[in-house]
Structure formats: C-alpha cells, structure tokens
Design a protein around this ligand. Structure first.
Ligand code: HEC
Length: 669
C-alpha cells in the first residue's frame, strides 16, 4: 500500500457515510459562480468540458513531465458492462459522478473508487434498436446538490447528489418518434439544457431547457423547420424553410443536437452543434437542392429563451452525414495581432473551424485530415468549395472523410499554454452509393445510402492518430499514429501533458509541446471516452472510463479490428507516495481488508508488466488465478524471478506477507 491518498480515503470513507445523511444543499453545492470560476478552482472537474468553455484543460501541475513516468493505478472500479463507455466523469467535493451503459448513473468516492450510490433509470431494452450508435451515455451535469442525466429513452432526471434519489423526471421527447439521448446535459443560470439524437431514424432535431428546480420546460428550439402547414415556431424557421425543397418534414429533416455545447457567460451565449440530415442523401431529403438550414451547423442561442443569435453552417446541403456535433471549444487567441474571442470545432467534415464567437463570422478553416469532398472553405463567404461528383449523385463515390468523420464525438482539448488543440483524428475512406431501393420506414434506419458498400469495403483503409493542431496558424504541429481509428477523447494540463486512451486499450501520457510518449499503461479494453483530472489532499488523480463501443465497434466489431474488449471499468491513477509505516499498513489491512491491500500491492509492483487487475494485454502472462495454477511455484517465481525471461526477482521488494496478500488477490480475480 503506497497510496497515501487511498489511506486518507479510508478515513474519509467513514465520513462519507455521514455525508450521505446531510442535505443535498451541502453536497456538490456547485452553482453558477463556481462554474464561472472553474478555471481557478483547479482541484475539481465540475462540468462536462471542465469549464463552460469546454477546453478540457486543467491548471493542475502536480503531475508533470518530470514525474509522470511514476504514475500508478490508484483504483479501478469495474462497471460490469461490456458495451461502450463514453462518459466524462464530473468530480466535485471528493465524489465522482458518471454514467455507464443504459444511462445508469453511479457516484463513487473519488479517492478510492468505493461506490456510494447507483441509479438505474430502467431504460426499456427495446430502445436499443433505435440507438444508432450503441446504448451509450456521455455523462451527467452537477449543479446545486443535484445530478442531471438524460436517459436513452428520452427522459431528463434530477437526482439528489447525496443519495442518488430521483427528485424529478420529465419526458423530453414525443411519445412516438425514434428519439434517444446519449449526450450530457449542461447547466447555466438555473437552466438544464438537453438535446437528443435519432436523425438516422427520421426525427426533427431540437434542444430544450428545463428549470433545475422543478423540471419545468422553459424553452425549446428546433434546428430545422417542420411541416409549413402546421405553422412555423419562429420567423427564423420560416426563413430556414426557404432552404428546403419537397416534403422534407416527412422524415423529420434531422439536425439533431446530440452532443456538443459550450457557454460564454460574458456574451451570455449558448453554443450547440447540430447533426446530419434525415435521410443522408440530399436528393432524397430535399429534391432540387438547398442548404437545408440548420443542418450541420453551429448555433449561438440566447440561453434565456433559446432564440437564435447567429448560425454558421459547416456543410450546406450535407449528404455525407457530416455532423457539426463534435466538441465545441471556446478560447481567446491572438490572431494577426488582435485578441479574438473564438469558438473552435473540428467536425466530421475534416475542416478545423475558427469562428468569432460573438458574431459567427469565419476567422479561418483548414483541413486537419485528408479531405476530398471540398477543395477548401471560401474565406469571404464561409462556404465550402464542393468538389464535383463527390455527392455521389452519379453512382459510387469514394470520399474522405467518411460518416465516421475526420473526428467524431470523442472530445478534443485545448491547452492555452501550448496554444495547441489535441484532436483524436482519424483517416477513413468512405464509399458512398445511393440506395437504389430506398423506401423510408417509420422509426427505422433511413439513411438512403447503401451501407453494404462500406461493409464490403471493410475497415481495411482505416487509421487514427492523435493530432496536435495550431489553431492560429491552422497547421499540424505533431502527430502520433495509432494504427486503429476510434480512439479516446483527450485531456491536457498545465503540467505540459496530454492524456489519451486508444482503441487498442492503451492509456498514454504525452508531452504536450512535442508529443513525446512519457508513460503508457494498459486498461484491458479499448478506450473511447475522454480522461479527467482532479486533486484531493494534495494528490492529483487522472481517471478514464475504458470500454470499447459506439458506432465504429458496431460496424467493424472489436474482433475485426483486433481490439481486446475487456469488461468496462473506471481506472484512476496517481503518483505513489512514500511507503507507509508499519502502523499505517496494519491499519489499512484491518480497515480495508486483505483483498484491498493485495490489490494495491499488485498494482504497485506487478501491474506495469502483467496488466491492470491482472488482465494482460501484452505477451506477458495473464496472472489471474496463477497462484492455484502454479502452487508453491508461484512463491518461487515471485521471490527469485525466471532468469532470462524478463520476470524479475521481486523478493527484494515484496516480502512473504505482502506476497501472500498479492497471492490472495490474484486468486480472487
Ligand atoms: C518487469 C516486468 C515484470 C514484473 C514487474 C513482474 N513480472 Fe511476472 N513475469 C514477467 C514476465 C515477462 C513473465 C513471463 C516469463 C516467461 O516467459 O516464462 C512473468 C511471469 C510471471 C509468472 C508466471 C506466470 C505463468 O503463468 O507462468 C508469475 C506468477 C508472475 N510473473 C507473477 C508476478 C508478480 C506477482 C509480480 C509482482 C510482485 C510480477 N510478476 C512482476 C514480467 C514481470
């Protein structure tokens, strides 16, 4: 047991029993002022992108380039799930709040991983059929003692942060219609904002705001116009309808707001990203053309009433499933000698956009991956210069990027220190062909393209990389190839670090300035979620949810990509502190039990080779159950090693009593 943090935590865990009994007001009592000052209050991770600006940048620097190599597993919580984990945990007041598959919410002691409570919204399992991209959830929002979550079946729930008891619940989607929620809510000024998905299944996109206290609907803003015969909800939508043709409303139009949001408290503007059209094929959706506002757009809304202030459409008349729902990051950059308040996005279509976030005016846009569908973005009009034929109206077309995107929902991060954005980028060649037999079916997958073409093509022409991008110069600074695409979101810190998990189950720390690999571990499952960092009692922790899944996993399948898909887990690392005293060690064993002590010893001395929790992800033997398999041979191997093989003699580090604890732990695995 070398984790002083965990030792402290056992004491704290006793107190947390008390905490369960205090009122919600005293637990996670975070409010607007706290969220506005999140940049300064470094120890927590209070909102989805840490701050309202969604930079996913932490000012913590206890962990830095000089000591990160010593990072060790502090705790691991197995979620008991095998499908994709995509959530960014929220960490406030020593508690971690996050979600797993089927929108289940869990609260854990952030120091030890000890479960505090769990809320299962009991989503009907048939909803899984209308979830385009797995039964995932990207996390909760925490505000004034409450935890807010959107559930896959379209509810928004408010839970007591201290107990997990539901306080109110509202249905945010119509009874009929194939809507789902996978994105995390955001909260500002007492309003809980939530969108939804389902454009592949023929829905009309919108975003809603609810009163945090009682769940009253405050406003709802649609991203695309509905049937004109029903009247338009706003003059803006009436204008937008002029960019559509035919009977687009019959398949909903799409434009769902299923993930990204950011908020600027000074300008008091809420930014949301909208998704692709429904169906994908523009000739089927809006025969005769048109931009189809506000598909694939960034919308700036007044959070008081949802009114549209400005919009920027990244892919007019989208026909490739080029959503603009990818992470939105706000930053202040000096561009051509002028300080600019900008909004940045690297959407699926392959261009990195820098916009003036007050006006929506395009500052710059350059391709961050290979792009064939457009030759660039016109700086005057802000419109892409589409390449002839790439809309596959004439037949089969190969297009880059593809509907998986040059970058998908996996969040990028931005480090104001290095001035770089860290993008989980990918290169996937798409083969598009209009489905000659397309017949829309209500509440079914209605994209209008022949997806078999992609399947036949297979995941052979795919790769992914971590891309460090200079948004001022609009150029690549460094990249780390990953082989596989569909890697995890990123985190960057003042310690000059970038963290990212990979599709093949690694979790890696890089030097932020040049991408040098500083530390690598194995999680036992492909990682797609983004990591977070927080500090408690002077210990800085880094945490990520590991669990391969989502859209790519459904198409390729982990096996097809050679991905090991172990059980889902939350893994948290920290620097080991000095060895405990005999009394501390004794106290720990009696307080936490021998299994806990063995687990920690294993992770101090063995896991760096044999894998976290005994799960090997390399050629080194998996040691779960090894003691009974090897009998007394186990003790001999650990004591003296196996010469010439790389198994070191651990005798000098692990005495007989400690070995017995490790033995016991591995036997229980
Ligand atoms: C520096 C890397 C490294 C460390 C640290 C390490 N091992 Fe190993 N271990 C190995 C390698 C490599 C082998 C495979 C040796 C061979 O080829 O037979 C191995 C083999 C073993 C085996 C035999 C497995 C089998 O099925 O034959 C056991 C048991 C074992 N290690 C336990 C431990 C324990 C317990 C610890 C921690 C106290 C530990 N090891 C630390 C690298 C390591």
């Amino acid at each position: 047991m070398r984790f002083r943090g965990a030792l402290v935590a056992t004491v704290v865990a006793l107190f947390s029993l008390v905490a369960v009994r205090v009122t919600a007001d005293e637990v996670a009592a975070i409010d607007d002022a706290d969220l506005a000052n999140a940049a300064a209050s470094s120890g927590s991770w209070p909102a989805h992108g840490r701050t309202w600006s969604e930079q996913r940048y932490s000012p913590l620097q206890t962990l830095n380039v000089g000591n990160i190599a010593g990072l060790q597993l502090a705790w691991r919580h197995d979620t008991g799930t095998r499908r994709g984990l995509e959530a960014t945990p929220i960490v406030v007041d020593g508690v971690m709040y996050t979600t797993t598959t089927w929108s289940v919410v869990i609260a854990l002691d952030a120091r030890t991983g000890a479960p505090l409570w769990r809320w299962d919204p009991k989503v009907p399992r048939e909803i899984g059929q209308i979830a385009c991209c797995d039964v995932v959830n990207r996390g909760v929002a925490v505000y004034r003692g409450r935890v807010f979550v959107g559930t896959l079946d379209g509810r928004l729930a408010a839970l007591d942060a201290a107990t997990g008891k539901p306080l109110w619940e509202v249905r945010t989607v119509p009874e009929s219609g194939a809507y789902t929620i996978t994105g995390a809510p955001r909260v500002m000024k007492g309003r809980v904002v939530i969108g939804n998905g389902g454009a592949e299944f023929g829905v009309r996109g919108y975003v809603s705001a609810y009163d945090w206290e009682d769940g009253e609907l405050l406003w709802r803003t649609y991203s695309v116009p509905g049937n004109p015969a029903d009247g338009f909800e706003s003059p803006v939508l009436e204008e937008a309808a002029k960019t559509w043709r035919g009977e687009w409303w019959k398949l909903g139009g799409g434009g769902t707001i299923w993930d990204s949001m950011a908020y600027d408290p000074e300008l008091d503007l809420l930014y949301v990203g909208t998704g692709n059209g429904s169906p994908w094929v523009r000739q089927l959706r809006s025969p005769g053309g048109g931009d189809n506002l506000f598909l694939s757009s960034i919308l700036a809304l007044d959070p008081a009433d949802g009114r549209l202030v400005w919009h920027y459409q990244t892919t007019p008349g989208d026909t490739w499933d080029f959503t603009a729902t990818q992470h939105i990051v706000l930053a202040d950059l000096v561009i051509e000698g002028r300080e600019r308040k900008v909004l940045m996005q690297a959407p699926k279509n392959g261009f990195y956009y820098v916009l003036d976030r007050k006006t929506g005016e395009l500052v710059s846009a350059e391709a961050f991956v290979e792009v064939t569908w457009a030759s660039g973005v016109d700086p005057e009009t802000g419109r892409p210069r589409e390449r002839e034929g790439q809309d596959y109206s004439e037949g089969l077309e190969f297009v880059k990027p593809t509907f998986f995107g040059g970058h998908n929902w996996q969040p990028m991060s931005f480090n104001p220190g290095t001035g770089l954005a860290y993008i989980p980028a990918q290169e996937i060649l798409g083969a598009y062909r209009r489905d000659p037999d397309f017949k829309p079916v209500v509440n079914e997958f209605n994209v209008g393209t022949d997806l078999n073409v992609f399947s036949a093509f297979g995941p052979s022409a795919v790769s992914g990389h971590l891309l460090a991008w200079d948004p001022v110069a609009q150029r690549e600074v460094w990249r780390i190839p990953h082989g596989l695409p569909w890697n995890g979101g990123t985190l960057t810190t003042a310690g000059n670090l970038v963290f990212q998990g990979t599709a093949d189950g690694r979790f890696v720390a890089y030097r932020a300035t040049d991408g040098r690999v500083l530390w690598t571990t194995h999680t036992g499952s492909g990682v797609i979620a983004a990591p977070v960092t927080y500090a408690l009692d002077g210990v800085q922790y880094v945490s990520v949810m590991a669990g391969w899944g989502g859209a790519f996993a459904q198409i390729g399948g982990p096996a097809a990509l050679g991905v090991e898909n172990g059980p889902g887990a939350i893994l948290t690392w920290a620097l080991p502190t000095s060895a405990p005293t005999a009394e501390e060690f004794e106290a720990l064993i009696t307080r936490e039990g021998e299994d806990a002590a063995g687990e920690r010893l294993y992770h101090v001395w063995c896991s760096r080779c044999h894998g976290s929790a005994g799960i090997s992800t390399s050629g080194i033997p998996d040691v779960r159950g090894a003691p009974s398999k090897l009998g007394v041979g186990f003790d001999a191997i650990v004591e003296t090693g196996i010469s010439g093989t790389g198994m070191p003699a651990m005798g000098p580090y692990v005495d007989a009593a400690e070995r017995a604890l490790i033995r016991r732990y591995l036997e229980s695995r």
